[in-house]
Design a protein around this ligand. Sequence first.
Ligand SMILES: Nc1ncnc2c1ncn2[C@@H]1O[C@H](COP(=O)(O)OP(=O)(O)OP(=O)(O)O)[C@@H](O)[C@H]1O
Ligand SMILES: [Mg+2]
Length: 368
Amino acid sequence: MSLIKLVNVTKRFGEITALDRINLSIEDGEYVCILGPTGAGKTTLLRIIAGLLDPDEGEVYIEGRPVNGVPPERRNAVYMFQEYALFPHMTVWENVSYGPVIKDWDRDRIDRVTSEILEMVRLAERKDAFPHELSGGMQQRVALARGIASGARILLLDEPLGALDARLRVDLRTQLRSLVKDQGLTAVHVTHDQEEALMIADRVVILREGRIEQVGTPHEIYSEPRSIFVTSFVGGANFVEGNVAEVGDSGSVVELRGGLRIQVSKRGRSIGEKVVVAVRREDVTVGTEKVTGSNNILGMVGSVLFIGGSIEYEVRLENGERISSRILLSDAPKTYRVGERVVVSFPPERCYVFPYPKAGLLKEIEAV
Ligand SMILES: Nc1ncnc2c1ncn2[C@@H]1O[C@H](COP(=O)(O)OP(=O)(O)OP(=O)(O)O)[C@@H](O)[C@H]1O
Ligand SMILES: [Mg+2]
């Protein structure tokens, strides 16, 4: 039995359909990230699970029980706001023990639970501080501690790391996950940061314009994206348009602009079909020799960028198309300069092929 189950959940705000027939099951103990661009319906989805909003259609089940109409405090789920809201006039200790106090637990139990949880988030020493005396990361941990102290089994986290600086965000990701796992809780974590979702989640739900575009493990989402949108939103890629020129047993040939032909190992497309081929930057290499078994295209280096531990080249191909390549510095025997003639290579099995989108390619990529 799933811990949380949504069946055909639809929510409208006037003309806007914020959620459109969402079906989703979340297992006990799972860490699920809801990933999508702004306005995709992420917050709406969390608020519906929390009971802060009612769906217009469809049902929500928690622990197998239909919860439509059941108030938030009786759902075993705690919603943590996009801007974590601590009580500014209360100390860390008072903030965290707030839930247990409201529930009228006895003094000993309140003290024990509160100090245990403060130890866990490593804030025991700051128990008498007020929120404004703490760093952003500490405040976030207080908010989390408060959520856990409430006794809820389900944590609904709305951009829990959103307000923090980049460094802290990365540090807290793994802590957040361990905390949830150690406590045997279930988390639904909303983010628009793909890296965060891939790193932290057991499963990622990609939401776009109120619909689920794909659900899968981080590995599945990255290596088997089901649409141009997902490919672009998670990991990013080069996208080129073409027509299927040949369909064989081991793959197809796609003809790009200017008659340039490439091999792709995907089958099942029909000859003449207009398609989009996607190749991830990290699957493209740049060199001076052809690579056996790969597509090899001549080009000229248009730009070179150093990004952390890798180099990103933009190469202008002989047909005028541009392709980006990202190579780990440690894998780069030599670097190339702007204007140098190079061979761009990528293997057929690393090419994703999608039907050409009705609304045009740009719309799919720009929606990101
Ligand atoms: N109370 C409301 N009244 C009217 N429209 C709303 C309301 N809440 C949400 N919407 C609309 O529903 C859509 C989804 O909103 P939601 O807040 O769920 O998006 P989100 O994915 O959380 O976006 P963000 O990443 O910006 O937080 C948006 O178009 C938004 O304008
Ligand atoms: Mg939101």
